[in-house]
Design a protein around this ligand. Structure first.
Ligand SMILES: Nc1ncnc2c1ncn2[C@@H]1O[C@H](COP(=O)(O)OP(=O)(O)OP(=O)(O)O)[C@@H](O)[C@H]1O
Ligand SMILES: [Mg+2]
Length: 352
């Protein structure tokens, strides 16, 4: 199947199960080397298939074409070719084709566990900051090492000196990650507030970063944050040894979302939560464009369900001012600004 979306807003419409989400998933996979709906590559395989392969051409700001061939097979895993050069480190492809998504299950960014919110914030920063992605990957590895040392100390197979070594390493990485997240959030919030103003004038949103430190800690200096972590590890030494787990760090932090001073997941309606999420995603667009100078591709799945007419119109008005958006719906929508494509027409296009 071949799909050539136009510039501006393309609406893919069709009945339930007709393949709309699959197409967005394919574009996302090519841009970020993973699906946005399926956690594992093997979940993206169709029924009894052993492999899938995607070939896409993305057009950059200066019309430079980026040719991406990506495939996955149960036997050989994932392979990625960008402009015919094999890329072994998939993370280096992240950011080349910025992308934002919206899908109904992503509501869990607001209503779900803290890990969903961490993934949200990490995903944006990673697309605009290679060092952050590297720090995050190293942090995960060093965290495992430190936890392993905690186990080994309990078994008398390691020493407190060794723990101190890994604590110092981990504290530095933790500080760098938290510092970057807090800096990011300050900038992101400006974009979010202005998007929100366009969506609904009378509501004032806010986002707070929640960590083990109380609100008075300002996160202004990486060395200071690193020292704070070392003191916390020290303070929680007994707890850490009993559980063989690192007690605090960016892997435990959370975001809190507010509208007009009230925490959103406690009081907002389904429609308000969805619009809040759309606001977050559109602010993500603005942020990435601001930082990278590239217009992200917007993949917005089933975006209008549960939104009233006014909110739907407001979202569409914003989308029309962005770069390329591919949105899906079960219903066709007539508008001079939207190119409506029935998904079945793509499926029947056997020649391509
Ligand atoms: N990994 C998979 N393995 C097997 N079948 C799959 C897989 N992913 C999707 N499908 C099937 O492909 C078809 C198209 O799914 P898709 O989610 O794209 O539909 P959709 O048009 O988005 O539907 P809806 O309007 O309900 O969201 C469905 O029949 C679905 O069950
Ligand atoms: Mg779908």
């Amino acid at each position: 199947m071949t799909f050539e979306p136009k510039e501006g807003v393309t609406l893919l419409y069709g009945s339930n199960g007709s393949g709309k989400t699959n197409i967005l998933e394919g574009i996302h996979y090519s841009a970020l080397t993973k699906g946005f709906m399926s956690a594992a590559d093997s979940d993206c395989l169709f029924e009894k298939s052993d492999l899938f392969s995607l070939h896409s051409t993305f057009s950059g700001e200066n019309s430079a074409e980026i040719d991406v061939k990506i495939s996955f097979s149960k036997k050989n895993g994932k392979s990625l070719l960008v402009n015919n050069s094999e890329i072994k480190t998939f993370s280096s492809h992240v950011g080349t084709i910025p992308c934002i998504t919206f899908a109904p299950p992503e509501i869990s960014i607001i209503t779900g566990s803290p890990s969903e919110r961490r993934r949200f914030i990490d995903n944006i920063i990673c697309q605009s900051d290679k060092k952050y992605l590297k720090d995050l990957l190293t942090y995960r590895r060093v965290l495992l090492q430190r936890n392993a040392v905690l186990v080994q100390i309990n078994e008398n197979k390691s020493s407190l000196e060794m723990l101190q070594y890994w604590s110092e390493n981990l504290a530095k990485l933790a500080a760098s990650i938290v510092y970057t997240r807090v800096q990011f959030l300050e900038r992101f919030k400006n974009h979010f507030r202005s998007v929100f103003k366009k969506l609904f004038n009378d509501e004032e949103p806010d986002i707070l970063y929640r960590s083990i430190f109380d609100r008075s800690v300002k996160f202004e200096n990486i060395d200071d944050i690193s020292s704070c972590y070392l003191s916390k590890y020290h303070e929680n030494h007994r707890y850490e040894l009993t559980r063989s787990q690192t007690s605090c760090g960016p892997h435990r932090d959370d975001l809190e979302f507010f509208i007009n001073g009230k925490e959103i997941r406690k009081y907002a309606s389904q429609g308000q939560i969805r619009t809040f999420l759309i606001g977050l995603k559109l602010a993500m667009y603005d942020y990435l464009y601001d930082i990278t100078g590239k217009k992200p591709i917007c993949l917005l799945d089933d975006i209008f369900s549960e939104l009233d007419n006014q909110r739907t119109e407001n979202v569409l008005t914003i989308l029309e001012t962005l770069g390329q958006s591919i949105i899906t719906s079960t219903l066709k929508r007539e508008s001079s600004m939207i190119c409506a494509v029935p998904v079945l027409a793509l499926k029947n296009d056997k020649d391509k």
